[in-house]
Design a protein around this ligand. Structure first.
Ligand code: HEC
Length: 119
């Protein structure tokens, strides 16, 4: 084997290793990213009922079109952000809903319903 062959082989080896590393990263990302962005389980049809039962519509409008409160239809908030806004709103206008009044499961229903709406 002359030097050039050795160099070429080393290059091929490094290239393959890099490719494999990249592939591994891709696979890892494919498994971990959805976990950060996971949608909650729930029932959007129930969500519509909770939404009017809890009088969200009074401020956020029918079908979440907005009013005294911001538009919520087709919200781009993650469920985590959405839920934290419900537990501790950033204004004194919106009442805070605790787990007793509005359990996480019902909040998830509302969220899924809102996400399903068109802007
Ligand atoms: C009395 C009026 C009022 C009621 C009732 C109300 N909200 Fe709000 N909501 C607001 C106002 C005003 C804001 C904007 C200030 C803020 O972010 O806290 C807001 C903000 C929010 C946000 C954050 C929106 C964003 O894009 O940042 C979410 C999510 C939300 N409300 C959900 C709900 C849900 C779900 C209900 C019913 C369970 C509800 N709200 C009931 C007035 C209200």
């Amino acid at each position: 084997m002359n030097r050039r062959t050795i160099r070429r082989r080393r290059a091929v080896f490094l290239h393959r290793t890099a490719l494999r590393g990249g592939l591994l990263l891709l696979i890892l990302a494919a498994f971990t990213l959805p976990a950060c962005n996971r949608q909650p389980n729930g029932n959007p049809a129930d969500g519509e009922r909770w939404y009017s039962l809890h009088r969200c519509d009074g401020c956020h409008g029918e079908d979440g079109i907005g009013g005294r409160g911001p538009e919520l239809a087709a919200t781009e908030l993650s469920f985590r952000r959405f839920a934290s806004k419900i537990r501790s709103p950033h204004s004194t206008v919106m009442p805070a809903y605790d787990e007793q009044q509005l359990p996480d499961e019902d909040a998830a229903d509302i969220y899924l319903w809102l996400v399903s709406l068109e802007k």
